[in-house]
Structures are given as structure tokens and as C-alpha cells.
Design a protein around this ligand. Structure first.
Ligand SMILES: [Zn+2]
Length: 425
């Protein structure tokens, strides 16, 4: 087998600063846009970030049309609704305001309105056909309102494929927004639990990007066009991800305890973008792969700060619940990088032995989870050992991410990882 010898760094342009949302009219005008679809979810339709965005676009004479029906947990059905709206609207630009789901919906709307095709055409195999996107999309900018997904810098969009009850997505560099507008004013009113979940999602993105299978141990692509967006750990993803680990570890607890701490909130938001660049190029692995069935199989768990009556294990929560077991499992593949991650999180590893690396990193993650009020393992969100077979079954199709585990995980390994994640402390 010929191994990979190259890696790339792709990212969006970033604009960071207090109040920069007000410059979005100028930013889109500069791209030549005259008619823009603004995508958000129903909870944010009347929020300040959306109002400021619309006003800024209209202030530059741009025809801005609001679509506020992106689903908080997007599905193929909700994507199709946004695609139909986009196709009808003949837009020459797109702006997403919100969390990952609004950005993901906006990417899909832009893709299918620009390059119309049967819905499964671009969806990741084995569920979809995975056809390459034929050309560039219309300019899209993303304005995150949660310090969470990093979706503003990635060419990935995720949704639930309802027919199969499976999470899947579309991954192509063409989907990447051309600019992320990172404005700390937009995250001031984030509920505590939402801030905690999205921050831990970022932390896990960064830790997984650092510990992923190195790019040069992946098979070489048959054609440069087939080089995946998630390339495995590489020197550039390492730079961004490692700095993100440090910034989030230092600031997340402060933000959750005191949302008015502007400096800490700004650092976490910026770190989310760094982590997005890290994992957008390096990739994620088992904690993410295992999180999809956890979110997908939720029964009646509703976290504090989320709308009542709607059971959900938020993405960031599902990811971090599995993370300690995952890092214990992956540490033997490269103890030094796991110890380095723990050091970035503030642990003294000067006397640590390589065989302790997994336990040390797992404990560092557990420590921050406890401080921000995460539930104590999968049991606390309603799962038990009887669910493990189904959870493993739901993880196996997440091949695109699980294959980046630095240590191959067979179904038997995944079983053990889920059992180890039932109770964390
Ligand atoms: Zn994530």
C-alpha cells in the first residue's frame, strides 16, 4: 500500500472582533452579492445577531431574505426545505447566523441550489453516492452564535438521514464558507449548559485532531482530488488544535460560571475557530464516531437550559461522554502526544510514565466536565449496558471518522469503550 505524503491546510478567512457582525453588508458587497439568503433557526429568528445581520446587509442596498426554519437537529427533510427555498430565491450569496445546524443547513442550500442534483448525489458513502462537487459554490459567510461547532471553517455538513435513522453528511472543500465572522457580542446570551456543551465539543475536536492517525499513515489517494478533508494529524492541524486546547482549558469554566466575562468568552469563541481549523484539516475520530448513535438513540433526557419536552443529548455532551474512554484506548498508539494534550490542559506530566498517558488525559477531561456540570456518563443520560449492541451498530457506519483512530477499533473494542463510558467518576 502506498502511503500519503502530502497534506493541505484549507480554512475560511476569519474576521474576529467585538461588533464585526455590523460589517457583514460590506463583506458581502465586496463579493459582488446583491441578493442574499440569511439562514437561521426559529429560536434565533428575532435575535439581535440576526437583526444586526439583516440591517447591515440592507444598509448596503443588498436584498436580504431571511430563512428562519433551519432545524436545530437538521435532517434530510429539513435540508430539502432550505434547498427548495434557496433554489426558488435565485440568491447570489448566503449568510448563516447561528449554531452548527444553521451553518450546515446553509451549506446544503448553497450546494444544491448552485449544483442541482438528486439529494443523495453528494452525500458521504456508503449512505450516499459521494460524488465530487463539480465546482465552486456561491459566496457564503458564517456568523456563529455558539462557541461550538467550528463549522464556519469546515467543508462539512451533518444531518440525520431519517429513513435509516443514521447521521451522515456531505464533505467537500467547496462547502467551506469563504469567511467566518467571529463576534463575541453574539455569544453573550448563551445559556450555561449550551456554553458548556459547545465548549467541550470544541475541546474534543482539538484533542481528537491532535491524537488522530497521522496523515502519513493513511493510504495515498488515487487522485489528488480524492484527498479527504479530514487528512489525519499533521503539522498544521497540530498548531491550531494545540493552541485551542490551551485556550479552552483555561477559559471554559470561567465562561460557564460567569457569562459576562467578556475576555474569557472571546477567548473560547476564538479557540472554537482554532479548533475548527485543526479538526477541519486533521479530522476527528472515535469520540465523534461514537457520539452519533448516542445522540440518535436518546429516549427522554432533557438537559437543563434546553427546551422542555424535546429529548436531546446535545452533540458536545455526547462527544465528551465518550472521550475519556477513547483517550485511554488510543494513548498506547502515541503516549507522548496524549501526555502533551494533558499538559496543555494544565496537568503536570513531568514525572508521568508513558503507560499512564491515557489515564492522565482521561482524568483531565473528566475534571473539566465536572466543573462545567456535565452528567456522569452515558447512564446519567438514560443508557445502560443493554444498549451497547445498538450503540456499536450505530458507530460502525461512521467510517469516515472512526478510520482516523490512531488505534484500529474493532466492534469488540467499541463495546468496551461504551461500557467504560457508562459512569465516569
Ligand atoms: Zn463536534
Amino acid at each position: 500500500m502506498k502511503l500519503e505524503t502530502a497534506f493541505t491546510m484549507d480554512t475560511s478567512s476569519i474576521k474576529y472582533g467585538q461588533g464585526v457582525t455590523r460589517e457583514i453588508g460590506f463583506d458581502m458587497e465586496e463579493q459582488g452579492c446583491r441578493r442574499v439568503m440569511v439562514v437561521t433557526d426559529p429560536n434565533l429568528g428575532k435575535s439581535a445577531p440576526v437583526a444586526v445581520t439583516l440591517e447591515a446587509l440592507r444598509g448596503r442596498g443588498i436584498d436580504a431574505v431571511l430563512f428562519d426554519r433551519s432545524s436545530v437537529e437538521p435532517t434530510d427533510v429539513s435540508f430539502k426545505e432550505a434547498i427548495a427555498f434557496a433554489a426558488d430565491g435565485r440568491f447570489d450569496g448566503y449568510v448563516a447566523v447561528g449554531g452548527g445546524s444553521s451553518m450546515d443547513t446553509c451549506k446544503a442550500a448553497n450546494l444544491y441550489a448552485t449544483h442541482p442534483a438528486d439529494f443523495m448525489t453528494y452525500v458521504n458513502p456508503p449512505i450516499g453516492r459521494g460524488a465530487p462537487v463539480p465546482g465552486p459554490l456561491k459566496p457564503m459567510m458564517a456568523i456563529p452564535t455558539t462557541a461550538g461547532t467550528g463549522s464556519e471553517t469546515t467543508g462539512v455538513t451533518i444531518f440525520d438521514y431519517l429513513e435509516m435513522g443514521a447521521k451522515t453528511g456531505i464533505a467537500s472543500r467547496a462547502l467551506r464558507p469563504i469567511r467566518g465572522i467571529i463576534d463575541p457580542e453574539n455569544t453573550r446570551t448563551l445559556p450555561k449548559m449550551v456554553a458548556a456543551c459547545t465548549g467541550l465539543d470544541q475541546l474534543t475536536h482539538a484533542l481528537e485532531a491532535m491524537t488522530a492517525l497521522p496523515f502519513d499513515r493513511r493510504p495515498a489517494p488515487e487522485h489528488p482530488r480524492l484527498r479527504p478533508a479530514y487528512q489525519g494529524a499533521n503539522p498544521i492541524s497540530h498548531v491550531w488544535a494545540s493552541r485551542a486546547v490551551e485556550m479552552i482549558s483555561r477559559n471554559l469554566v470561567k465562561v460557564v460560571d460567569n457569562p459576562g466575562d467578556d475576555a474569557a468568552r472571546g477567548e473560547v469563541l476564538l479557540a472554537a475557530t482554532y479548533a475548527g481549523i485543526g479538526f477541519g484539516n486533521g479530522g476527528v475520530h472515535l469520540a465523534h464516531g461514537m457520539s452519533y448513535p448516542v445522540s440518535g438513540m436518546v429516549r427522554d433526557y432533557v438537559p437543563e437550559g434546553y427546551p422542555a419536552g424535546h429529548a436531546i443529548v446535545p452533540h458536545g455532551m455526547a462527544v465528551c461522554l465518550n472521550a475519556p474512554a477513547v483517550f485511554r484506548f488510543t494513548a498506547p498508539a502515541d503516549p507522548q502526544i496524549h501526555l502533551y494534550c494533558a499538559r496543555l490542559m494544565g496537568c503536570d506530566v513531568s514525572r508521568a510514565k508513558p503507560e499512564e498517558a491515557g489515564e492522565i488525559l482521561a482524568n483531565a477531561v473528566i475534571d473539566i466536565m465536572r466543573k462545567v456540570g456535565m452528567p456522569n456518563g452515558l447512564k446519567a443520560v438514560g443508557f445502560g449496558p443493554q444498549d451497547v449492541d445498538k450503540l456499536v451498530e450505530g458507530t460502525l457506519p461512521q467510517h469516515r471518522v472512526t478510520k482516523l483512530s490512531p488505534r484500529p477499533a474493532a466492534p469488540e473494542d467499541l463495546r468496551r469503550l461504551f461500557l467504560d463510558s457508562m459512569t465516569l467518576w
